[in-house]
Design a protein around this ligand. Sequence first.
Ligand code: F6R
Length: 631
Amino acid sequence: MCGIVAVTGYKKALPLLLNGLEKLEYRGYDSAGIAVINSETKNITCNKTEGKLKNLINNLNDKNIPGTVGIGHTRWATHGKPEVKNAHPHVDSTGTIAVVQNGIIENFQDLKNKLEKEDIIFKSDTDTEVIPHLIQRELNTLSKLKLENNGSTLLVAVRNVISDLEGSYALAVLWSGAPTSLVVARKQAPLIIGLGEGEFICASDTPAIANFTNIILPMEDEEIALLTPLGIEIYDSNNERQYRNPVSLKVSEQIIDKMNFKHFMLKEIYDQPETAKNWLENYLIKNSENGRYQINYPFDTDFFEEIERVDIIACGTSKHAAMVGSFLLEQFSGIPTNVYFASEFRYSPPPLLPNTLTIGVTQSGETADTIAAMDMEIKRRSSIDDKKFKPNLIAITNRKESSIGRQVSKIIDICAGIEVGVAATKTFFAQLLSFYGLAINFAQVKGTKSSNEIDQLISELINLPPLLEALIDKHNESSKKLAHDFFNIKDVIFLGRGINYPIALEGALKLKEISYIHAAGYPAGEMKHGPIALLDKKVPVISIASPGEVFDKVISNAQEAKARDSYLIGIAPECNGTEIFDCLMQIPSSNEWVTPLLNIIPLQLLSYHIAAHRGLDVDQPRNLAKSVTVE
Ligand code: F6R
């Protein structure tokens, strides 16, 4: 979603801004813009374009834009179409204030109505444009108090303005009255300050900072900061000055490199054996007393003893991982578990039950709905004076420094490294692994599975990396061929059952989000209750058939599709029953519990190759954002 970069220092701002924006492209956007202030003339130069960042770069066309202080933005349209007039930065009517913003100002219409009554003319359809006008009004008021034109005055003005804003935002402000200063502020949207050599850079995410420095200060919620080339001042919402030590960026938070792959998504599919190795290295330890492996999460699991049920909150692909997790927690560990769309949970939460563990799953750690749902759960549980209802929270995320990382103290960092492709692949895989770890922990604490059963599951996990490597190599080729036959298809149905039903949903989501082909996933047994009406020879069916309790049932459901002339693609090992498939994407035989970790691979590859064959922007599909920071 929208990305912000802001810089102040002694070096030319424009190249720094463009470099930073390039690193934020992966968040998803549909227009881009920059504003740079010339500290001598105090002029602000603003340049904005529709579409990709390269349009902005071409538009700037090597223009010499002097100035060492500037702001930049990639915009993902919410209020107003992706047109130049709606692209950020937005300026006030005197052209002396420029603002970039990520978030949604929910009361913008009221504020706009008031400003219009004061004869302010709006040039865009955005919610953001109220901010520069409000700041200008505030600066006018402050000037009557004879405050000097400097960064501190801008800080006061911005602080006064944000106190009137409702919603969530991260913003950066330039003012010609204080041409070396920047004011940045955040509420429920991320902002990180980088401490470079001779410059401070502030951005929505670490990749935009990593080229300049690996020393960062993540801003806390509702903080505001003044940045000048000489230093930074951070204040909390009570206007108390904040002092804390900066932290170092991990290497995995810095590197964004496609290597020799055509797209990040393909590279990230290929990263998965390494993702599995990292996860195993991080979380699996051998008990020196009994020689058995166990899962070692960075928190004491004693509190699991009193947990009677689990609620999981997530969106999109993370919700699919949560559904596999729910299956494992219920069927392997015997813990009643519910999974909720975060966006639904926020407005229709289930009645509170005691001794509940709430798990938030979000690779970005910034998904607005997930953060808000977790926040609501923390608040409503904390308001009850009964320790059985207290909040017990775990977050599963790839960004432990993110909003969810600050919200929740028990974090399972999935350690997948930065994922650039908008379509989640390796983070989904690592989220799945994290649920296997939780299920094993719960089964141990609750004694719902024997040591042998637990050891067997752990050894299947240990064996994953080489299996995955071979599987990816094999299906990269086979799915390329299939993609050639199917790239023009209009509808695809995905079927799965039991632990693989969420994998059918995830296969369908991957295909539709990057190839724009309609796809739907169903529990195979539900086909005959409606969706079967869709089937004919133009609608291929991809059926996940893993040997185990429901194997025969899935094969019968596939048979029903075949009888309606659908072309049948099987995701299954070669065994009795799978001869019915017109095409078998073969999976190695394994324990049924771990089949989701294998079955997802050919589905990711098939979606990738279909989208690539269609010549689409695989890594940045239209309308989508990597980090969905608005409701
Ligand atoms: C799909 C995809 C999205 C995200 C969803 C939640 O490939 O990436 O469906 O899974 O927007 O994002 P996080 O996990 O960051 O909360």
